[in-house]
Design a protein around this ligand. Structure first.
Ligand code: 5AD
Ligand code: SF4
Length: 463
């Protein structure tokens, strides 16, 4: 009787949310929902939100204003548009969201989306539904697997969540509160998901978790497996040519994990390893439980295992009590590591975290000025890394059409996007590319032509 219902999911924040958004679409597909890219035509709009910084959370409310106007326009045409808020803002604020934005019908946390069909029915029956409990059952046990067409549409490189939550309690961070305690998915469940993706044509998998290198999922032998062992096993899945993992904590970079960077050819030579600050005083106040020297030591051991490893990191400027000398130590650390890129943020006090209660909050203009200086240093590091890639040849995994006709965009082993003139048939393929040009930190490359057979051979072959 009913045609398919249209679903629009918008992700904010981290890769974990991108993954969760896809899984929400998977949960709803058997209930007749198909994804649309046009929010205004949707029957259900889900905003999958991020709470990590105040700016990220505020974006949700401005987006909700837009969606509310769409809902009113739909109602004027006799159509019902259901608005759902998911993710970490939903987890942190719960029904407060409906108080602030009454057009919202549904609020649910990152651990509850497997119950989406029920929640939708509840919202339909009762007007509103809120679910931010941490359930006893594991959502992953209830998620429908995506079909081949959905997997292909999402591309040849994809994320797989293997770990969620965090027990580290860095004093600036809301994650331990919004995503809860650390849990790891069992090895067999991860493998089944990766095999399913590989069968549909996925070539690259990034194992993700808020603290992915703390992974300790149950192995087939009933014992906890560390991430290194999981990576080795996933690398044996037919069709998976490239592996990555993110995001890691420096304290959990153990010897076995460092060794797979040397021993596992599928593991790409790029690692995101947030350090947050270069000052020991600030690292202690952040409760990072590692020093600057510890971090440099891990980096040295990683580079020993994999000399061409590209490192990226996260930084926070203006954490409470950060002096000019502390900040100078951060700038100095960027150069000491030699990063291929980094994310940097102004400290944003998050309600309920210890950092928000600390004295010596840093003035906004000082934060802005430090952020700009840090970004200049990072850009300089990134440019130097990119310059070292000029005229080098490496494998590129082609992901999608590029900016101009006849161009494709692929990823280098170091995660840089590379624009290459190449036929569409190469999407999903890995091919050797020589970097020919670098313009404002974008890489351009040319396919390395396969060796041409001599003309005589072509003639005798009747070509
Ligand atoms: N303020 C600013 N940046 C933050 N991050 C996490 N919490 C905050 C905060 N309160 C940054 C960290 C983390 C990244 C995902 O976001 O650098 O690694
Ligand atoms: Fe947040 Fe990462 Fe620290 Fe955990 S380790 S509290 S996710 S910054």
């Amino acid at each position: 009787m009913n045609g398919p219902r249209k679903l629009y999911v918008k992700s904010f924040g981290c890769q974990m949310n991108v993954y969760d958004s896809r899984r929400m679409a998977d949960v709803l597909a058997p209930h007749g929902y198909v994804e649309t890219a046009a929010a205004e035509t949707a029957d259900l709009v889900i905003l999958n939100t991020c709470h990590i910084r105040e700016k990220a959370a505020e974006k949700v409310y401005s987006e909700l204003g837009r969606v509310r106007r769409m809902k009113e326009a739909a109602a004027a045409q006799g159509r019902r548009l259901v608005i759902a808020v998911a993710g970490c803002v939903a987890q942190a604020e719960g029904k407060e969201i409906i108080r602030r934005a009454p057009a919202v019908d549904l609020v649910f946390g990152p651990q509850n989306y497997h119950r989406l069909p029920d929640l939708l029915a509840r919202a339909e029956r009762d007007g509103k539904a809120v679910d931010t409990e941490f359930p006893i059952d594991d959502k992953f046990d209830h998620l429908a697997a995506p079909d081949r067409a959905a997997i292909r549409a999402r591309g040849v490189s994809t994320f797989v969540t293997v770990q969620e939550g965090c027990d580290k309690f860095c004093t600036f961070c809301v994650v331990p509160y919004t995503r809860g305690a650390e849990i790891s998915r069992p090895v067999q469940k991860v493998l089944a998901e990766v095999e399913h993706l590989a069968e549909a044509g996925v070539r690259e998998v990034t194992l993700i978790g808020q603290n992915v290198n703390a992974y300790h999922g149950e192995g087939p032998d009933g014992r906890p497996w560390p991430l290194a062992r999981l990576l080795e096993r996933v690398a044996r899945v037919d069709g998976i040519d490239r592996l990555r993992y993110t995001t890691s904590h420096p304290r959990d970079m153990d010897d076995a994990l460092i060794a797979v960077h040397r021993d596992l050819p599928q593991l790409m030579p790029q690692l995101h390893l947030p350090v947050q600050s270069g000052s020991d005083r600030i690292l202690a106040a952040m409760n990072r439980r590692h020093s600057r020297a510890d971090y440099l030591d891990v980096v040295a051991r990683l580079r020993d295992a994999r000399p061409d490893l590209a490192l990226t990191s996260d930084f926070i400027v203006g954490f409470p009590g950060e002096t000019e000398a502390d900040f100078a130590a951060t700038l100095d650390l960027v150069d000491a590591i030699g990063l291929s890129g980094a994310f940097s943020f102004k400290y944003s006090p998050r309600p309920g975290t210890p950092g928000a209660e600390m004295d010596d909050q840093v003035a906004e203009d000082v934060k802005s000025q430090r952020l700009q200086r840090l970004q200049e240093t990072i850009d300089r590091n990134q440019a130097a890394f990119n310059r070292r890639c000029l005229h080098r040849t490496f494998d590129v995994l082609f992901e999608r059409p590029g900016r101009h006709r006849g161009q494709l965009v692929g990823r280098s082993p170091y995660l840089q996007p590379v624009q290459v003139d190449a036929p569409v048939s190469l999407i999903g393929e890995i091919a050797a590319v020589t970097v020919t040009e670098i313009a404002s930190n974008s890489l351009f490359g040319a396919l390395v032509q396969a060796q041409q057979p001599p003309v005589s051979a072509l003639l005798s072959a009747g070509a």
